[in-house]
Design a binder for this molecule. Structure first.
Ligand SMILES: C[S@@+](CC[C@H](N)C(=O)[O-])C[C@H]1O[C@@H](n2cnc3c(N)ncnc32)[C@H](O)[C@@H]1O
Length: 307
């Protein structure tokens, strides 16, 4: 039986997923709405909010038959409808309910497998019990802090340290470049690093810089000399700049041997800069993801070995 990899493109970024598949030489077998179907086994894509592995088609005779077939394969199912919305919803209503729960910063992620399914044709389901995310359709939301963070950018770093770098020991020095108004600096400070060096051309909010253990430097990140810094545990960047400029800055700090881990937002203008995005990926051991809290930008990270 043919098995497929099914990608759910991020809302409004179908074009990016299409280009990514093309660039990676992966042929699209079929596409409906935001769903891209590819024959065989393939890894998750940057521009897919969830990836379904070893997906299969099955004919169904009725709504009950549809939910019965899904229940035979797993408990948790995220539904994305492309058509036959009411019929699909009736099938979903017969499946075990998944309580939508917001999570806390650094809370352990759900461990039960999360499935994906859709009604591809009126009497044909496409389904897989195995997806890349523990959340239905890869959508995760936090119990937000509406008081302290001065911008919503903090959610990106929350997501990163909850999903991609859980159990990060917050020891040593973290540097946050492009830090104003101070959301990421606040996150790093709450993680309790020994010191947070926060750099921006514009000042961060005083109530953040007043938290202590924060050294704010009002200057351009591109003029920083790695030799003037102590060992850095995490180099974090959310600077608005061309990807190429960020890449040069990252390489300079990497080559200095001073930095163990990196997490940086690569921001795009109207077009996705694939040329430089792929150059980031050439850095061995690094990864790029599109966080649920990223917009037209992606997150590049590199995790070194802890001492
Ligand atoms: C998206 S904001 C950062 C938001 C921040 N991460 C937060 O959580 O509040 C981007 C920042 O990049 C800064 N920036 C742009 N060019 C810069 C440069 N050459 N050096 C340092 N910061 C720069 C801007 O001043 C702006 O504050």
């Amino acid at each position: 039986m043919t098995s497929y990899t099914v990608y759910l493109a991020i809302h409004q970024f179908e074009h990016e997923l299409m280009n990514e598949l093309k660039l990676k030489g992966i042929k699209i077998a079929d596409k409906k709405d935001r769903l891209f179907l590819v024959e065989g086994d393939h890894p998750p894509m940057i521009w897919a909010q969830t990836t379904g592995f070893r997906a299969q088609f099955a004919d169904i005779e009725s709504i009950n038959d549809g939910s019965k077939k899904l229940k035979e394969h797993g408990r948790n199912w995220g539904l994305f409808t492309v058509d036959f919305h009411r019929r699909a919803q009736l099938i979903q209503d017969n499946l075990p309910k998944i309580k939508k729960k917001n999570i806390d910063f650094q809370e352990a992620l759900p461990t039960l497998p999360m499935g994906f399914w859709t009604l591809w044709e009126q009497n044909k389901i496409l389904f897989t019990p195995h997806t890349s995310s523990p959340f239905p359709l890869g959508e995760m939301d936090f119990n937000e802090d509406k008081v302290m963070p001065p911008s919503r950018a903090y959610l990106k770093l929350w997501e990163f340290f909850t999903v991609y770098a859980p159990n990060t020991p917050a020891q040593g020095v973290a540097i946050d470049v492009g830090s104003c108004p101070g959301g990421w600096t606040w996150v790093l400070r709450t993680m309790n690093f020994d010191k947070v060096i926060s750099v921006d051309k514009a000042p961060i909010e005083k109530r953040i810089s007043d938290l202590g253990k924060i050294e704010f430097r009002q200057e351009s990140a591109f003029g920083l000399n790695p030799d003037e810094f102590p060992e850095i545990e995490w180099f974090c960047s959310d600077i608005i700049c061309y990807p190429e400029r960020l890449l040069n800055l990252v390489k300079r700090f990497m080559e200095s041997g001073k930095v163990r881990n990196f997490v940086c937002t690569i921001k795009y203008q109207s077009q996705t800069d694939w040329e430089n995005t792929l150059k980031f990926l050439e850095i061995p051991g690094s990864q790029i993801v599109h966080l649920h809290h990223n917009k037209h930008e992606v997150t590049w990270f590199y995790k070194g070995v802890s001492k």
